[in-house]
Design a protein around this ligand. Structure first.
Ligand SMILES: Cc1cc2nc3c(=O)[nH]c(=O)nc-3n(C[C@H](O)[C@H](O)[C@H](O)COP(=O)(O)OP(=O)(O)OC[C@H]3O[C@@H](n4cnc5c(N)ncnc54)[C@H](O)[C@@H]3O)c2cc1C
Length: 332
């Protein structure tokens, strides 16, 4: 990753908003095709919903937990990352749902896969875009600090409601059918708890469970997973619990989830943190793997809401977005 701040006078072929998997995959494809790409993200760390955190010596994945693939192109990328030491095979499934299909993890943790994808790309983090505006032969994007960057084309990869806000702020109007199609995409919420334990948890190998009832949709032992040297458990609440407790104090909601998980913890909690994912997984997936919102100058929207509510879906949407943008740029 090249984190140099680009010259504000430069007009890029493509600006990509978002360094999640969809944006990173698209950026790699577009840059390898010889086009200039600049990426911006409001977050501190690369990867969007591929997120890892440390609490003392404990390491947690608190967003996406594992990666699966059935697509040969994406599988090749996961294998390249494994050769580079940035991904590893975790297991072939979890207890009753074990199906022999590989679950990949990041190495040392999930964000390593994003770092692998980001190699050689020009990326500026901690930069929130507030508007995408049309200009002659392209677009200008404006950030919270008042900076402007210009490009011949734009790829939007934030969750769809956030992407629509950026277009509205830049006075870009979509036709009513497209606007309603995109507004129909809603996301599940997820309250995630990261707990450091005083001894190994009672979760059996390979280190994760999907409780059939109650507020918890997923509980994982990051030590058994192979990413934490200390006992460390990630708990994900289901959408119903997360929505009902969204405005409740996060530590209070976290304690309720820890109480619900007591049986699987089998240990004392030394400390915990809580993260809320407002846009966790799309509840509806659009019919197309990405959408060309405007042909000239090209404006494309992509992400997991377009090719499947998982990391692989985001990657497939990134491939589709790169193909669409490259085709449009070759016509202009
Ligand atoms: C709790 C949880 C568990 C999950 N578990 C799994 C799993 O086990 N397996 C699986 O395959 N998938 C899982 N997923 C889903 C998976 O993480 C996503 O499908 C995938 O990572 C989405 O990638 P993306 O590129 O579409 O979006 P994102 O990763 O959300 O990337 C969008 C990026 O846009 C940035 N952004 C947004 N607005 C702006 C702005 N205004 N300016 C600048 N940047 C902006 C964000 O900071 C973000 O980095 C999980 C998700 C969550 C939250």
């Amino acid at each position: 990753m090249n984190s140099n701040t680009p010259n504000h006078q430069t007009t890029f072929d493509v600006i990509i908003i978002g360094t999640g998997v969809s944006g990173l995959i698209a950026a790699g494809q577009i840059q390898r095709a010889g086009r200039s790409v600049f990426m911006l993200d409001k977050g501190r760390g690369l990867g969007g919903r591929l997120a890892s955190r440390r609490i003392g010596a404990a390491t947690f994945d608190h967003g996406a937990q594992f990666i699966t693939t059935r697509d040969a192109r994406f599988e090749a990328i996961l294998k390249q990352a494994a050769e580079a030491g940035m991904t590893a095979e975790w297991c072939q499934g979890f207890s009753a749902t074990a199906d022999g299909h590989t679950r990949w993890r990041g190495r040392p943790a999930m964000t390593a896969f994003a770092k692998h994808l980001a190699q050689g790309l020009t990326i500026q983090m901690e930069t929130q875009v507030v508007a995408v505006k049309p200009i002659d032969h392209g677009y200008s994007i404006e950030t919270t600090s008042g900076d402007h960057y210009t490009a011949l084309s734009i790829l939007l990869t934030p969750p769809v409601p956030q992407a629509l806000t950026l277009l509205a702020a830049g006075q870009i109007t979509l036709d009513t059918i497209m606007q309603s199609r995109l507004e129909a995409i809603q996301y599940e919420r997820c309250i995630a708890v990261m707990a450091v334990l005083d001894r190994p948890s009672s979760i059996p190998p390979p280190g994760a469970l999907l409780p059939p009832s109650g507020p918890i949709s997923w509980i994982a032992d990051n030590q058994l997973k192979g990413i934490s040297s200390e006992p460390a458990v990630t708990i994900h609440a289901n959408h119903e619990f997360s929505l009902a407790h969204w405005d409740v104090d996060r530590m209070q909601s976290g304690q309720l989830l820890l109480d619900a998980a007591k049986h699987w913890l089998g240990a004392e909690v030394l400390s915990y943190q809580v993260h809320g994912w407002r846009y966790s997984k799309p509840m509806q997936v659009d019919a197309d793997p990405c959408v060309l919102l405007q042909a000239s100058p090209p404006l494309v929207i992509a992400g997991d809401a377009f090719a499947g509510p998982r990391v692989e879906g985001a990657a497939l949407s990134g491939f589709a977005a790169a193909e669409t943008l490259l085709a449009q740029l070759s016509h202009s």
